[in-house]
Design a protein around this ligand. Structure first.
Ligand SMILES: [Zn+2]
Length: 455
C-alpha cells in the first residue's frame, strides 16, 4: 500500500489522500483549497494522476474542504463511485450545488466588474458538474465493512464533528490505514462524541486543525448573550456569519436555549438568511437519530425564527428598523448573502459582527478577526467600524487533548502516524506530542509526497 498526500498536507484545506494498492487507486476525500490566494490557486492545478485513472473516492464528510473538489474531478473525467455515509450524501448535495452556484456567480460578477485576470473568467465547475458528481455517490452504512476496489475493503466510523462525518479505515489484505477525517469534540452541541475506530492500523492519518490549541474554558454562550444584549441596548443589530451546515443549527440551538433561559429578550427577532442553512436544517431533522438532542429540542430548533428566502427580503434586512440577529452564510464571509449584510453593517459602530468558530487565515473572516479595519467586498473597500468578535469555543473540531484522547483509545498503536490537515505549527505540535506522550513514530508529510507501507 502506498499513500500520496495530494492536499491538506501543509495546510488545513484541500483534503486529498491517494491510496494505491494492487494497481488500484482510491482517493480519500477530494476537498477544495481555501484561504490564502496561493492555496486557492491550487484548485486550478491538475492532479498528478489523471482523474479517469482513479477507481473510487471515499468521502469522510461533507465539508467543502473535504468534498468541494469532487465536481472538478468529475469534470476532468472521474467516473468511479464516491462512497460516504447516507447523511454525508444528503449534506453534500446541498453543499456541492451551492458551491457550484457560487463559482458560477463569482465568474459572472468578475466578468461584469472586469476584475478577473482571466478573460473571460470561468467557474472552477458548474452546477451540471456538481449534479454529475452527486449521481456517482454510493451511500454506505457506517460501522459495517464494504468492498471498494481491487483487494481493498473499507469501513466508516462516526466521529461527531458534522452530521454524517466518519473516520475511514481501508484494508488491502496486507496493510491497514486509518484516516481520522475531522474529529469532533466530546462536548459538541449537536453531535455525539467521536467513536473510536475498532480495528488496528499500520498507518494513521490524523487531522490536527487544533493540534497546538485547547478550546478556551470560558463560556462563549454567556459571552454571545452579553454581546447581543449590549448591541441591542445601543439599537444595533448582530450579524453572525455562519457555516450553513452544522454551525447554523448549533447557533439556533444556543439562541433558543438563551431565550428560554431569559438571557435574551423573547421577542428579539432571529433571521436565518441562508436558503442553504434552511435546507441543511431540514436534513438535520431527517437524520435526528444521529443527534444528541432531545426530540423536543430538535423539534423547536426553528420556533419563531424568520426564514428569509428571497434576495429582496435579504436586502431589506440591511436596514433594520429595530435590532435583529441575522444568521447568514458563508461562515468565513468568503461569499453568499452575508457579504451584502457585511458591506451594509460593518461601517456602523452600533452593530456587532460575531464570527463563531475557526477562520482560515487569509479568508475575509480571518482578516476581520485579526483586526482588519477595512475589507474588500465584491470589489469595493468597506471600512469596519462595527464591533468584531470571535467566539472560538464553537469549534466543531476536537482540540489537541481531544485528538490525543481519541488516539490513546485506539485498540493498538499504529506503526506510524502522518499528521495532516493543519497549519504547520499545529501539525508539528501534535507530531511532538504523539512522539513524546504516545511513543509512536510520527511525521508531517509534505504536499505531493509519497509514503510506502513496507510489509
Ligand atoms: Zn470538517
Amino acid at each position: 500500500m502506498r499513500v500520496r498526500f495530494l492536499g491538506a498536507a501543509d495546510c488545513v484545506t484541500g483534503s486529498r489522500h491517494l491510496v494505491c494498492s494492487g494497481g488500484q487507486q482510491l482517493l480519500l476525500d477530494c476537498g477544495l483549497f481555501q484561504g490564502w490566494k496561493t492555496l486557492r490557486e491550487r484548485n486550478w492545478s491538475d492532479l498528478p494522476v489523471p482523474p479517469h485513472e482513479i477507481d473510487g473516492v471515499i468521502l469522510s464528510h461533507a465539508h467543502l474542504d473535504h468534498s468541494g473538489w469532487l465536481p472538478a474531478l468529475v469534470r476532468q473525467g472521474f467516473r468511479g463511485p464516491i462512497w460516504c455515509s447516507p447523511a454525508t450524501r444528503d449534506l453534500a448535495q446541498v453543499i456541492l450545488l451551492d458551491a457550484a452556484r457560487l463559482q458560477e456567480e463569482d465568474a459572472r460578477r468578475a466578468n461584469r466588474g472586469g476584475w478577473s485576470r482571466h478573460h473571460p473568467a470561468r467557474p472552477l465547475y458548474t452546477t451540471r458538474d456538481a449534479q454529475r458528481a452527486l449521481a456517482q455517490f454510493r451511500p454506505v452504512t457506517p460501522n459495517r465493512p464494504f468492498k471498494v476496489v481491487g483487494p481493498m475493503t473499507a469501513r466508516l466510523t462516526p466521529v461527531g464533528h458534522l452530521l454524517g462525518a466518519c473516520a475511514v479505515s481501508v484494508d488491502d489484505g496486507e496493510k491497514r490505514l486509518l484516516f481520522s477525517g475531522d474529529l469532533g469534540r466530546s462536548d459538541d452541541l449537536l453531535m455525539p462524541p467521536p467513536q473510536v475506530a475498532p480495528t488496528a492500523a499500520d498507518l494513521l492519518l490524523i487531522e490536527a486543525t487544533y493540534g497546538d490549541r485547547l478550546h478556551p474554558q470560558q463560556d462563549d454562550t454567556a459571552r454571545l448573550a452579553d454581546i447581543i444584549r449590549r448591541t441591542v441596548q445601543r439599537e444595533g443589530s448582530v450579524l453572525i456569519p455562519t457555516f450553513a451546515v452544522g454551525r447554523a443549527q448549533a447557533l439556533l440551538l444556543v439562541l433558543q436555549r438563551l431565550k428560554r433561559a431569559g438571557e435574551l429578550p423573547p421577542d428579539l427577532p432571529i433571521c436565518l438568511d441562508s436558503p442553504m442553512a434552511q435546507e441543511a436544517t431540514a436534513i438535520y431533522h431527517q437524520h435526528r437519530r444521529l443527534l444528541r438532542l432531545s426530540a423536543a429540542e430538535e423539534r423547536s430548533l426553528c420556533d419563531g425564527v424568520r426564514l428569509i428566502t428571497t434576495p429582496q427580503d435579504s436586502k431589506r434586512l440591511d436596514r433594520p428598523r429595530r435590532p435583529v440577529i441575522i444568521l447568514s452564510s458563508s461562515g468565513m464571509a468568503t461569499g453568499g448573502r452575508v457579504l451584502g449584510h457585511l458591506a451594509a453593517m460593518a461601517p456602523h459602530p452600533q452593530h456587532s459582527i460575531v464570527f463563531p468558530g475557526y477562520q482560515v487565515p487569509g479568508s475575509r473572516g480571518g482578516r476581520l478577526v485579526t483586526g482588519a479595519r477595512e475589507v474588500k467586498v465584491q470589489g469595493q473597500y468597506v471600512v469596519v467600524k462595527a464591533e468584531v468578535h470571535h467566539l472560538q469555543s464553537y469549534s466543531s473540531h476536537a482540540d489537541a487533548n481531544g485528538l490525543m484522547d481519541w488516539m490513546r483509545a485506539l485498540p493498538q498503536p499504529p506503526r506510524q502516524v502522518a499528521v495532516v490537515h493543519a497549519e504547520p505549527a499545529a501539525a508539528d505540535a501534535l507530531r511532538l506530542r504523539i512522539e513524546e506522550e504516545l511513543g509512536w513514530p510520527a511525521h508531517v508529510p509534505q504536499q505531493g509526497s509519497d509514503l510506502l507501507l513496507q510489509t
